[in-house]
Design a protein. Structure first.
Length: 408
């Protein structure tokens, strides 16, 4: 009587066709090999081995037996494994760059050994149950069949569409006024029409410069929002854009300076970070440095009269604070132009730009006292001295020319 000691393999798909090696004794012909009640084709390799072709069968285990003139052998189990079946893939589209997480639903998914998107293996997959698998799509293009391979075979396919999903790598500038209207350059990939560009939840007008660049007009807004680009394949990542308020100025110190320029000043206010310009009237500051959100150090350019100092930033232009240019004082006449060597002679100086005089000197000696009568006149008391000296007046605008004064 034949006996069976082992089968290899011990399972196969329900479609049959698997080559099964039967090992045992008394395996001589004529013989019949059955998988359950179904006879199949086989080859007698020797009295201890048969190679049989598993017929089709229903999911589950059947007994494999060999029958010959000596009788029927013992049976060993052979398990028919169901072929995986797929119903759908959700979502059914994803980026050409891969990385889309999809859920596959179907039957017979337990024990899946592979998930394929066309000819490419899924980046990764997890069998959640016999009816569900979570997979990550690999990179690809076009429409590809998604299949699951299990011990029972390869499933039927469900389609997955690779689409271009825009990506943003940078925007410039990254901030602007709350009123909007400024031009923002968006750099990235996948900028193929039709597209929608949004600042937060607000769509805006834009121009597609190329597949890697968009020029958009920022709409009005507040705070920090995410800039996104949406195409037929979905929405891009978001990049932060901040709506900035206009800067404000409270003081400029000092608020006077030389008409020739070069006066260092400190501007105090709010919202000064990101300042792009400091102007004195219509003239740009010689230079400026943003010290903090509340302070800027600047160097006044040349100018005349009183002008408004303003700061321009991403949020707009500030209010103005007054800065007065002081002309260099000039002297025209000194009356009298002679005095006692002992000092004490009152002298009336006539000229221009005399307001704010800080010193009156007779040669190298300061006047005993002086009074600024007006922008055109100073009354000073001559100190003691000898010979002929030059009278000068010093103001914030500089040092005047000299007038002769003779000690007698």
């Amino acid at each position: 009587m034949p006996t069976i000691t082992s089968l290899s393999p011990t399972s196969g798909p329900t479609t049959g066709g698997t080559s099964v090696t039967i090992t045992g004794t008394g395996l001589t012909g004529p013989a019949t090999v059955k998988f359950g009640a179904t006879a199949t084709t086989f080859t007698l390799d020797s009295a201890t081995q048969i190679t049989a072709v598993a017929p089709a069968g229903s999911p589950g285990a059947v007994q494999v037996t060999v029958t010959n003139s000596g009788g029927t052998s013992n049976g060993l189990p052979y398990t028919y494994l169901a072929v995986p079946a797929l119903n759908n893939v959700i979502p059914n589209q994803g980026s050409t760059a891969g990385g889309t997480v999809v859920t596959l639903t179907g039957t017979g998914l337990t024990g899946a050994t592979a998930v394929s998107f066309g000819s490419a293996a899924a980046t990764s997959f997890i069998v959640n149950s016999d009816t569900q698998i979570t997979a990550v799509s690999p990179a690809g293009t076009g429409i590809v069949p998604v299949t699951v391979t299990g011990p029972g075979g390869v499933s039927g396919a469900v389609p997955f569409i690779y689409v271009v999903i825009p990506t943003i790598t940078s925007i410039s500038p990254t901030s602007g006024p709350a009123s909007g209207g400024n031009s923002v350059t968006i750099t990235g990939t996948g900028f193929t029409d039709p597209l929608t560009v949004k600042f937060g939840n607000t769509a805006t007008v834009f121009t597609i410069d190329s597949a890697t660049q968009i020029t958009a007009v920022a709409p009005a807004g507040t705070g920090t929002v995410q800039v996104t680009v949406t195409g037929t394949g979905g929405s891009s990542n978001g990049v932060a854009y901040t709506y900035a308020g206009a800067p404000t100025l409270t003081t400029v110190t000092p608020n006077v300076g030389l008409a020739l320029g070069g006066t260092p000043v400190v501007l105090t206010g709010t919202g000064l970070s990101g300042a792009t310009a400091v102007t004195f009237g219509a003239v740009a500051a010689t230079s400026f440095t943003v010290l903090s959100d509340t302070q800027i150090a600047a160097v006044a350019p040349a100018g005349t009269g009183t002008v408004q100092v303003t700061v321009t930033g991403p949020g707009g232009t500030s209010n103005g604070v007054a800065f007065t240019y002081l002309g260099v004082p000039t002297l025209v006449v000194a009356v009298p132009n002679v005095g006692l060597a002992l000092g004490g002679t009152p002298v009336v100086l006539t000229g221009t730009n005399l307001t704010g005089a800080t010193a009156v000197t007779f040669g190298a000696t300061a006047a005993t006292s002086f009074t600024v009568d007006s922008a055109l006149q100073i009354t000073a008391v001559a100190p003691a001295g000898t010979g002929t000296v030059a009278i000068t007046v010093t103001t914030a605008g500089g040092v005047s020319n000299g007038l002769s004064f003779t000690y007698i």
